[in-house]
Design a binder for this molecule. Structure first.
Ligand code: SAJ
Length: 406
């Protein structure tokens, strides 16, 4: 392969699709991942994650020689950091992967290079990395371009959204912002909005926090409506007829590794100020616990009424409808919690989007819903709307699978 134009550090859910997209435009991309297995898979033109249209894009890019992966970076002109930023205990963000990736690049940097962070990061991370770079390479001061540009793609629709979504781009100075805009312009059709690095960092956190707060509002309504004996789905549909009201849907909590996590980046740095953002996290976490408690109560009530243990179908394990991703899934948390308190009841665990699971024994959804005394909808997968519960079956619908009933 020719000398790469771009080095992509991190070949996960965002890094790999972005690398494939850039390579598709005829730009040489050198992908870096610490996992040698991932590197081998990609160099074979295959992928290690589930995402529509990604495999084809990677296969073509590798076959045409525009994408190559390895466990260490090489010299290029543009460096993108797309590594995870997980949390330490007490919900404190851990930027050690961003730091390690940056350290590995420092010896390779030269005048005129562009360094971009895409990883979700606490406010001030780009400036912190800049200081780290210049502490070791003072001769490059004012001679590098450094920027932050968050991604905002929806898992399951990444290949489309990467190209068509607008992007926010914030450099450490105007020249850096412009240089990064010129880079993204080559492969993104959405509008590119210029700002500074801190605002761009905060923008990513605010987008996901805003959605978390809105879902918390819907979840809070579901708790109130349960006590007030009001159908929350009907209530929300009616309120949304107002031209300026748009309430989201309640569910069994908020999952995934973005919305359920990113608000903590703000709360941990600004605990006194971020009251609503922090409370929304609490409400959305509490909703999962509440669902598990509801199942426990339904179980005990059934036993009292019928003098036998119920058969219970837990419908869905994924973190949202129609995907196979179980990471940070409230449905999985609820299933685990309910199974911890099992007392000879029979459980059917259902997840139509995966073939098998190392902990849960899975049952096909039709069989589970036929046999169960209590059907619990944890995720609104499309298949579940076909289920017609019998009159003697108890239904706990936490995610609106049967909301059309009202
Ligand atoms: N959820 C509800 N009610 C709703 C909508 C969602 O309970 O009305 C739940 C889902 O079931 C799921 C969770 O919220 O458990 C998150 O799902 P999602 O579809 O809202 O979002 P993600 O996590 O798949 O992707 C989000 C997106 N951010 C926003 O919509 C603001 C995506 O654009 C980001 O790129 C992604 O996070 C990310 O990587 O940060």
């Amino acid at each position: 392969m020719n000398r790469p134009e771009v080095v992509m550090v991190g070949l996960g859910y965002i890094g790999l699709p972005t690398a494939a997209l850039i390579a598709k435009k005829g730009t040489y991309v050198h992908g870096v991942d610490i996992n040698p297995k991932v590197v081998d898979i990609i160099n074979n033109g295959e992928i290690h994650i589930v995402e529509p249209d990604l495999e084809q894009a990677v296969e073509t890019a590798v076959k045409e020689g525009y994408l190559r992966a390895s466990t260490s970076p090489v010299e290029a002109n543009v460096y993108l950091i797309v590594v995870p930023t997980p949390f330490k205990d007490k919900n404190e963000p851990d930027i050690s992967f961003v730091e390690a990736a940056t350290r590995a690049l420092i010896p390779l940097l030269k005048e005129g290079d562009l360094y971009i962070i895409e990883s979700t990061s606490p406010i001030g991370t780009t400036e912190k990395m800049m200081d780290m770079i210049f502490a070791e390479r003072p001769e490059l001061k004012d001679k590098l371009y450094l920027a932050y540009c968050p991604e905002r793609v929806l898992p399951g629709n990444v290949m489309y959204e990467l190209i068509h979504n607008d992007r926010v781009i914030g450099g450490v100075n105007e020249a850096s912002t412009q240089k990064a805009v010129d880079f993204y312009k080559k492969f993104i059709k959405g509008d590119l909005h210029k700002t500074n690095a801190r605002t761009a960092e905060m923008c990513k956190l605010v987008e996901n926090s805003s959605r978390d707060v809105q879902i918390a509002f819907a979840n809070e309504l579901s708790l109130i409506c349960d006590k007030a004996n009001i159908n929350v789905w009907e209530l929300i549909a009616l309120a949304n007829k107002h031209p300026r009201v748009n309430i989201l849907q309640p569910g069994c909590g908020v999952g995934g590794h973005c919305i359920a996590v990113d608000p903590y980046f703000i709360v941990s740095d600004y605990p006194m100020e971020s009251q609503i953002i922090g409370k929304a996290r609490e409400i959305n976490n509490y909703k999962s616990f509440w669902c598990a408690e509801k199942i426990q109560s339904a179980k005990l009530e059934f036993e009292l009424q019928h003098g036998r243990k119920p058969r219970i179908a837990l419908m869905g394990l994924a973190f949202k409808p129609n995907i196979d991703d179980l990471r940070e899934s409230p449905a999985k948390y609820i299933a685990q919690k309910v199974l911890q308190n099992t007392n000879d009841e029979e459980y059917y665990i259902v997840e139509p989007n995966i073939a098998n699971h190392k902990v849960f024994k899975l049952t096909p959804y039709q069989e589970a819903s036929d046999k169960a005394d209590i059907i619990v909808f944890l995720v609104a997968h499309d298949e579940f709307s076909e289920i017609e519960p019998k009159p003697n079956q108890i239904v706990l619908d936490f995610c609106g699978v049967r909301k059309e009933e009202f």
